[in-house]
Ligand binder design. Structure first.
Ligand SMILES: NC(=O)c1ccc[n+]([C@@H]2O[C@H](COP(=O)([O-])OP(=O)(O)OC[C@H]3O[C@@H](n4cnc5c(N)ncnc54)[C@H](O)[C@@H]3O)[C@@H](O)[C@H]2O)c1
Length: 332
């Protein structure tokens, strides 16, 4: 498995920020260096946890030569990037993403941060890691539900920019097989899809790191998805499950912006065959409270929403919150 010595720059002091579960599963990886363990629950991606990590760094005697290595899912990479960008006015850091979601999405693009109460990613910075090392071997221990959570983000990027990879991914996972069986059978083909998803996100980020234009497209399904992540089933949906349903909702609304009924039915049927919910139960008025707080709101009563005119053909529309609410009521 991974050899961390290849990641650590010369004359830097490595300090690991590790998902506690990864530490339990792969203890041999962390025997030689200081290691701060983080329990990966979304409500712990907080200001307090970041403060606790900073207290640990001070205790360890970390200085500006510290090199933080975040090993874990998006929860750990978001926290690691944030702490590294503020500790001692910024120290270098690297990511070793261990979930599919972190490999294709959370580790790419330099956004990091913590939640504020129930509101996601309210505090954060844009800071790029020195290095990202993706080792798909970590996926061998990833629970099925987490795997499919990450797959939703891969599908999102393919729906937006790469129709062929979208269809390949759907074919590979239709019927929601055990991901380990698919990995066994189609390791190379799957690795290519992961690389492709990363390359597509990297390209968008290169063109628009600060989310002024192109990068906004990556929010496809997220305005509704984030609201569902907070509220649906008392907040028990994973990020990817909520995003998949958010995408389904936006696809249904996309028929008003040119998506044909035929393509819509095909895409919804794909999502269902991969085991994602395409309906939600949360009351629309409650969803709207969450959407009003979402960061994609850009004026007092307006939101920017990404719709799909066809596979590989997204568009951004500025609509009023009132319009959004009416459209959601129409669906419910
Ligand atoms: N910065 C960004 O651009 C960005 C993009 C997307 C998502 N995110 C953030 O990412 C977070 C979600 O990340 P996530 O889905 O990776 O979840 P996570 O980090 O919470 O990990 C999910 C679960 O998988 C476990 N786990 C991790 N790797 C494992 C492995 N290899 N084997 C077994 N178990 C493993 C963890 O312990 C945890 O229980 C959210 O906070 C979201 O806001 C950030």
């Amino acid at each position: 498995m991974l050899d961390f010595s290849t990641i650590i720059p010369h004359e830097r002091r490595p300090i690991f920020l590790v998902d506690a579960q990864i530490y339990r599963l792969y203890p041999e990886l962390f025997s030689d260096n200081p290691c701060i363990r983080i329990s990966a629950e979304e409500n712990r991606k907080s200001w307090d946890t970041a403060g606790g990590i900073i207290a640990d760094l001070v205790e360890i005697g970390a200085d500006r030569d510290a090199f933080l290595i975040g090993v874990g899912g998006g929860m750990v990479t978001d926290l690691c990037g944030f702490v590294a960008s503020v500790f001692k006015r910024g120290v270098e850091f690297a990511f070793v993403p261990t979930t599919l979601l972190a490999m294709v999405d959370a580790s790419v693009g330099g956004k990091n941060g913590v939640n504020w109460g129930i509101y996601k990613n309210v505090v954060g910075t844009f800071t790029q890691p020195t290095k990202i090392v993706r080792d798909l071997e970590f996926l061998r221990t990833l629970p099925e539900r987490e795997f499919y959570s990450g797959l939703a983000e891969m599908l999102k990027v393919f729906m937006l920019f790469d129709e062929a990879s979208y269809h390949r991914t759907v074919r590979m996972f239709a019927g929601r097989p055990d991901p380990q069986l698919v990995l066994e059978r189609e390791w190379t083909a799957f690795a290519e899809l992961v690389e492709r998803a990363v390359a597509l996100k990297e390209k968008v980020v290169r063109e628009d790191e600060r989310e002024k234009d192109m990068r906004r497209l990556l929010n496809f399904g997220h305005t509704v998805g984030h609201a569902l992540e907070m509220l649906e089933a008392r907040g028990t949906w994973s990020h990817g499950e909520a995003v998949a349903c958010g995408i389904a909702v936006i696809l249904k609304l996309s028929t008003r912006y040119g998506l044909s009924e035929g393509v819509l039915e095909g895409l919804l049927s794909d999502l269902r065959s991969l085991g994602y919910a395409t309906e939600f139960r949360t009351r629309v008025d409650r969803l709207m409270v969450a959407i009003r707080h979402d960061k994609k709101k850009f004026a007092m009563d307006q939101v920017r929403v990404v719709f799909l005119r066809d596979l590989g053909w997204p568009c951004i529309e500025e609509i009023s919150l009132k319009q959004m609410e009416e459209m959601l009521y129409d669906l419910h």
